[in-house]
Design a protein around this ligand. Structure first.
Ligand code: FMN
Length: 323
């Protein structure tokens, strides 16, 4: 996949509850070269769960997406990967397997980063999935499971041997959750350990961070998660920085609110009238604006596009008064 990542160097990370069609659309428009779905339960798919299947829908105009599966049963994972491939065809860029999620409800079932504690099972999963599909299979994992125990380079080697076409590494231990800072050194050490492509992830917050991660670690692509929340413009900034151009100016208040309105509309096209998921996005877009903190209560009562619009109207007026 080295060639693929030469043309797709900026990736929007998989984010449960966030990287849906609406958010992916906005990030792609700003310059994300590839986006991931939210993590999709292999078990849920195997029960033909509608909510789970919904996660595989592409946005209007979205050509391709990487689908991230989670689970721990090699056969279920392989069967569902084959089903996804058949359903999605050309719109599937590749299949990624989640071995990094540290959330208790995921890990307690043996999914996500729990697989870093059982590399033999992790390898069996990768082998089964890779045998079941023609698309490339990639694995996303962390620096290691236990604090201080950096198992990622060796783990990456095992995943490569099992058939992974690329690996993505987030430079935190699973036990660390999101505390402290991401270690980029581990990305370089994984880069040295394997010959497949390596995607670097963790704490990229600006265009210059993206450039620095590529330069310092030798990774093939950069994956961005939290810093894009409420800030899809980060991809335009990173794109400019990677091309050696000056980074575009930060968005104005009006641009931020216009993006938030558009996000609400895209979400309602997907989810219908009830767009509670927009509440957190609204807070992210508005962070730091005058009146935003005070509007939190109102935002948390919003359900429809119109509800959000009226809060945004008030904030625009307030921001213009203040300036
Ligand atoms: C709200 C949220 C949801 C996430 N969901 C997933 C997920 O579904 N699959 C996954 O592999 N990682 C998930 N992650 C982890 C991110 O993909 C990424 O590895 C991590 O946030 C570090 O990158 P960052 O520093 O750019 O945020 C999630 C992170 C956040 C904040």
């Amino acid at each position: 996949m080295h060639d693929y990542f030469q043309k797709h160097r900026l990736l929007l990370a998989p984010m449960a509850g966030v990287s849906d069609e609406a958010f992916r659309t906005l990030c792609r428009e700003q310059g994300a070269d590839l986006t991931y779905t939210e993590m999709v339960s292999a078990k849920g798919l195997s029960y033909a769960n509608e909510k789970t299947r919904h996660l595989l829908n592409l946005a209007a105009g979205e050509e391709q997406v990487a689908v991230q599966l989670f689970g721990h049963e090699p056969d279920t994972m392989a069967a569902q990967a084959a089903w996804i491939e058949q359903e999605m065809g050309e719109s599937l860029a590749y299949l990624d397997i989640n071995m990094g999620c540290p959330a208790r409800k995921i890990v307690s079932k043996g999914d996500g980063s729990a697989l870093m504690k059982d590399p033999a099972l992790a390898a069996r999963i990768v082998r089964s999935v890779a045998d079941a599909v023609e698309h490339p299979v990639t694995v996303k994992f962390r620096r290691g499971w236990a604090m201080g125990d950096e198992s990622a380079p060796e783990f990456a080697r095992r995943m490569e041997d099992a058939g992974a076409a690329a690996v993505a590494v987030h430079g935190r231990f699973a036990e660390q959750l999101y505390r402290g800072s991401a270690d980029w050194g581990v990305i370089a050490r994984v880069r040295e350990a394997v010959s497949v492509a390596v995607v670097g992830n963790g704490d990229v917050r600006s265009g210059s961070d993206a450039v620095a991660m590529l330069e310092r670690t030798g990774c093939n692509a950069v994956m961005i998660a939290r810093a894009a929340e409420g800030n899809p413009w980060l991809f335009a900034q990173a794109k400019a920085a990677l091309a050696g151009r000056a980074e575009p100016a930060m968005p104005s208040v009006d641009e931020r609110i216009a993006m938030a309105r558009r996000h609400a509309r895209l979400l309602s096209e997907r989810e219908g009238k009830n767009i509670v998921r927009m509440r957190k996005h609204a807070m992210w877009y508005l962070a730091g604006l005058p009146g935003a903190a005070a509007a939190r209560g109102k935002i948390n009562a919003c359900v429809t596009v119109e509800d959000f619009d009226s809060v945004f109207d008030e904030l625009v007026e307030r921001a213009h008064h203040a300036s």
